[in-house]
Ligand binder design. Structure first.
Ligand code: ZN
Ligand code: ZN
Length: 177
């Protein structure tokens, strides 16, 4: 395990949110935000309104900048998020989850929680000097964020679809010799 579970979960969720802005955009309805909430195992207040949707959509660009920043450039972005939301880290154990960090109330607006959880996760990434775990997908035609939580740092693509497409392209290039 590269990071603690809650850090890994928060990074996976942040990357999925950022990549939902791709073509086609897959975060366009309140139902989409709720599906994201369920898929990533969030607890606490659910996103219910158009405002929740708009806030989640508006978060994608700043989170993309944060996830793909150079290490030193990521620091002020993380600090700004934590300061803006007056983050107060507290260990909590709730539902089926063992001790993990929260820094805003469970009933805070959903986008606020996603922003702060991403910032907390990036605190871990920056402190352990693991920014290389995050980058742009290695596929030529993809600009999505790729997250590598593998032990041997083997993952360069945002998705298996991109990995497979790149493998097929490399195979064809070899056939042409
Ligand atoms: Zn929790
Ligand atoms: Zn990709």
């Amino acid at each position: 395990m590269v990071f603690t579970n809650d850090t890994g979960d928060a990074l996976r969720a942040a990357v999925a949110l950022v990549n939902s802005a791709g073509d086609p955009d897959t975060m366009t309805t309140v139902e989409d935000v709720n599906a994201f909430y369920d898929e990533h195992g969030y607890t606490g207040a659910r996103p219910r309104t158009r405002d929740d949707l708009q806030a989640a959509r508006a978060l994608r660009e700043p989170l993309r900048r944060l996830l793909t920043a150079e290490r030193d450039a990521a620091v002020p972005l993380v600090n700004a998020i934590l300061a803006e939301h007056r983050a107060l880290p507290q260990l909590l154990r709730h539902d089926a989850l063992d001790w993990h960090l929260h820094a805003v109330e469970l009933n805070a607006p959903f986008a606020t929680r996603v922003a702060v959880e991403t910032a907390l996760a990036m605190v871990d990434v920056i402190r352990s000097d693991e920014m290389s775990r995050l980058g742009i997908c290695a596929a030529d035609d993809c600009e999505d964020v790729a997250l590598d939580l593998s032990r041997n740092r083997s993952r360069r693509f945002c998705s298996t679809a991109c990995g497979n497409r790149a493998a097929v392209a490399a195979y064809r290039a070899r056939q042409r010799g």
